[in-house]
Design a binder for this molecule. Structure first.
Ligand code: OSB
Ligand code: MG
Length: 369
């Protein structure tokens, strides 16, 4: 596919409610929407970097720079045949996975549109809908957390993840477990603990949680191995798994018992699929993480989550959980069985609400060869 032009839209979108994690609080979510024109078709991708380097070292600012100055020149006027061809072209760019993944997503969208196949079909996924849950940010008190979780359960979410940090974990998690003995419940620390302070998590080990996500440093695997050995509850790695190679390290070290797959963090959907395949062969459950995506990234998450190894519900909630107004015409809704239906149209299966895109754009850049 000959790449004729690439456009970047830096967006800032107000969230329905602030989202607080151990690394910060977001009220507006930033991202970069990538548009690629090729042979009369338009492909869309979402770079999930946010405005500050709290989750990842990448930000919308660094991603903009890498996209404009390094990735765009490598693909413009080039005949990029598929995702792996794209990966070979950007191989010499170290890191910057969120930036690369956004472009790879747009290439998949183009590929699907060109072949009249949805991403699900291209990936070989079998499910028409995927099981999902909701990720609840840190609240002002344990009571507020219980109330907020209750409201999501009322909406039909059957799996809940709560964000935790030191001092804001035991009371919250215990209260939820007491009120909802059968709820599929998990916690995410976003690297807020050390091997020493993680002893505070010990009471959670008796609450029958699905998993404890990323308790230790964002680049750590080794200490997670030590922690996993002390816990019955599976440790799940998010931040630490930045490539298929890191997935292998973590499994070889027995640092975790399952993995959160985010195509952004690992450098692209192709890399996420590789991690999925590797884990599937080893009976390691995976699930699809989220980055508060717009409808573009949400469609991509739904597509990858159709693969058979995604046996745990994903952090893929309904559009209305995040945004009053989204940039896709298609809105994702929660079905009665806590699933979301996967788009079936070619590519990502979404169309862009151009007015909304314009409305949320802070800066825009079009590059033609
Ligand atoms: O750690 O999973 C995370 C959002 C932004 C950055 C990191 C994380 C998250 C979430 C939200 O948990 C998941 C979602 O998109 O609903
Ligand atoms: Mg996480």
């Amino acid at each position: 596919m000959k790449i004729e032009s690439v456009t970047f839209h830096h967006l800032s979108m107000p969230l329905i409610a602030p989202f607080e994690t151990s690394f910060g609080r977001e009220t507006d979510r930033q991202c970069i929407i990538i548009t690629i024109q090729s042979e009369g078709l338009t492909g869309y991708g979402e770079c999930v970097a946010s405005h500050d380097p709290g989750y990842s070292y990448e930000t919308t600012g660094t991603a903009w720079h890498i996209l404009k100055d390094f990735i765009a020149p490598l693909i413009l006027e080039q005949d990029v045949s598929d995702a792996l061809d794209f990966q070979r072209r950007v191989e010499k760019i170290r890191g910057h996975h969120l930036a690369k993944a956004g472009v790879e997503m747009a290439i998949w969208d183009l590929l699907g549109k060109r072949n009249g196949k949805s991403l699900r079909e291209l990936f070989g996924g079998q499910r028409e809908k995927v099981e999902v849950g909701v990720s609840v940010g840190i609240q002002e008190s344990a009571e507020a957390m219980l109330r907020t979780v209750g409201s999501f359960i009322e909406k039909g979410y059957r799996r809940v993840k709560i964000k935790i940090k030191p001092g804001r974990e035991v009371e919250e998690t215990t209260a939820i477990r007491k009120k909802y003995p059968d709820l599929r419940l998990q916690v995410d620390a976003n690297s807020a603990y050390t091997l020493e302070t993680a002893s505070a998590l010990k009471p959670l080990d008796d609450l029958n949680l699905l998993l404890i996500e990323q308790p230790l440093f964002e680049d750590d695997i080794w200490d997670h191995r030590k922690l996993q050995a002390q816990f019955k509850t599976p440790i799940c790695l998010d931040e630490s798994i930045v490539s298929p190679r890191h997935a292998r390290y973590a499994l070889e070290m027995e640092a975790c018992r399952n993995i959160n797959i985010k195509s952004g963090r690992v450098g692209g959907l192709s890399q996420g699929i590789m991690i999925h395949d590797y884990c599937l062969e080893r009976n390691i459950p995976v699930w699809c993480g989220g980055m508060l995506e717009t409808g573009v990234g949400r469609a991509s998450n739904l597509a990858i989550a159709t693969l058979p190894g995604f046996v745990l519900p994903g952090d893929i909630s309904a559009s209305e959980r995040y945004y009053q107004r989204d940039i896709t015409n298609e809105k994702f809704v929660l079905n009665d069985d806590s699933t979301i239906t996967v788009p079936e149209k070619p590519g990502l299966g979404i169309t862009i609400d151009e007015d909304a895109l314009k409305h949320f754009t802070i800066s825009e850049l079009a590059i033609k060869a």
